[in-house]
Design a protein around this ligand. Structure first.
Ligand SMILES: [Mn+2]
Length: 331
């Protein structure tokens, strides 16, 4: 499959790279690796994202020019091919995606999330490898296919993808691939320890105060197998934190031994909540995320939901509870 993408890339003269809203280490790593690689073979390539990457990714973003889309008045020049990394759900790029459709002859997705059952489908010619533990790994194989040699920037970028999505190899797939690729990358003196600290060790006093408050508010269900967390925007504001700063809160909670799944809800705009779901593997959470208009992975998913907090809590807790009881979900 990476062959047909390689062919498309070789044919294109100008290429635009992008990733989903609230870009994460995998999306950013994958697009920067591809950017650097395509530059090497003389492509006219640029990065245009729907949201600005968080400051902690400066060690990458300072290495390659990248822009943030500021709305439909932002002129996008005609482009042969737009490549969307780390999602195959076009909704996660709006309002940029609508502009890309007008200006790009072709749009393809390079991703590793399961395609939604009833949501938007990836365009034909896309490469969605759900066996890959990160999109950066898929990009690694595409660069290979294009015979583009790795360098330190590419290695740092792909390594960022891998360690972000696997949380430093905690959540690898049943495959040696992530470790094999990483062993290739560390030969480029990328200072892996430094990357780990930059991505996961960005704690501040304010963050810990916030975490303490959030943990105080957790509701547990079913003998502490299910946790429901609520993030208050007023706390974030008071402590000068961004949503990005507390992205790992749900993963912290997942360390609780008894827990099978966790639900985190954060206010996002007037009447909308951002929902995040995690599971240790006994229950799947993609189904409920998709039902609520979102998507993701089988054991890590999310959605933007316009509903009350109580109703989001009830519907998600029930979904998980039903599966723990061995009942078919959603009935
Ligand atoms: Mn990913």
């Amino acid at each position: 499959m990476s062959q047909s993408i390689a062919k498309k890339i070789l044919k294109a003269r100008n290429i635009l790279l992008t990733t989903h809203r609230e870009p994460d280490g995998d999306g950013i790593g994958a697009e920067f690796a591809l950017y650097q690689g395509l530059k090497k073979i003389g492509k006219d390539v640029r990065i245009l994202n729907p949201d600005k990457p968080a400051p902690k990714y400066n060690f990458l973003t300072k290495l390659c020019p990248n822009q943030c889309f500021n709305g439909p008045h932002d002129e996008i020049k005609p482009t042969d091919i737009a490549i969307v990394l780390d999602t195959n759900d076009s909704r996660l790029l709006e309002p940029l995606y609508a502009e890309l459709e007008k200006k790009c002859a072709e749009i393809i997705f390079i991703d590793h999330h399961p395609v939604l059952e009833s949501g938007p489908q990836p365009s034909s010619g896309s490469l969605v490898d759900i066996k890959a533990a990160s999109t950066g790994e898929v990009v690694y194989y595409i660069l290979n296919e294009l015979n583009i040699p790795l360098d330190q920037i590419i290695a740092k970028a792909i390594y960022t993808s891998i360690v972000f999505d696997t949380q430093i190899f905690r959540y690898i797939r049943n495959s040696p691939t992530s470790h094999q690729i990483a062993s290739e990358l560390v030969k480029f003196e990328i200072e892996p320890g430094q990357i780990h600290r930059t991505i996961f060790g960005d704690f501040t006093k304010e963050k810990l105060v916030f975490v303490a408050r959030a943990l105080n508010d957790i509701e547990f269900f079913d003998q502490d197998k299910i946790a429901f967390l609520r993030v208050r925007n007023s706390d974030l504001k008071e402590l000068g934190l961004e949503a990005e700063n507390i992205r790992d809160l749900i993963d912290m909670v997942m360390n609780i031994e008894t827990l099978e799944a966790a639900i985190l809800v954060r206010q996002d705009g007037e009447k909308q909540f951002k929902l995040s779901l995690r599971s240790k593997g006994r229950v799947e959470v993609l189904g409920i995320a998709e039902k609520l208009g979102g998507g993701g992975h089988v054991f890590a998913a999310g959605a933007f939901v316009k509903d009350s907090l109580e109703s989001i809590r009830d519907v998600t807790v029930n979904w998980i509870r039903d599966q723990l009881k061995g009942r078919k979900s959603g009935t």
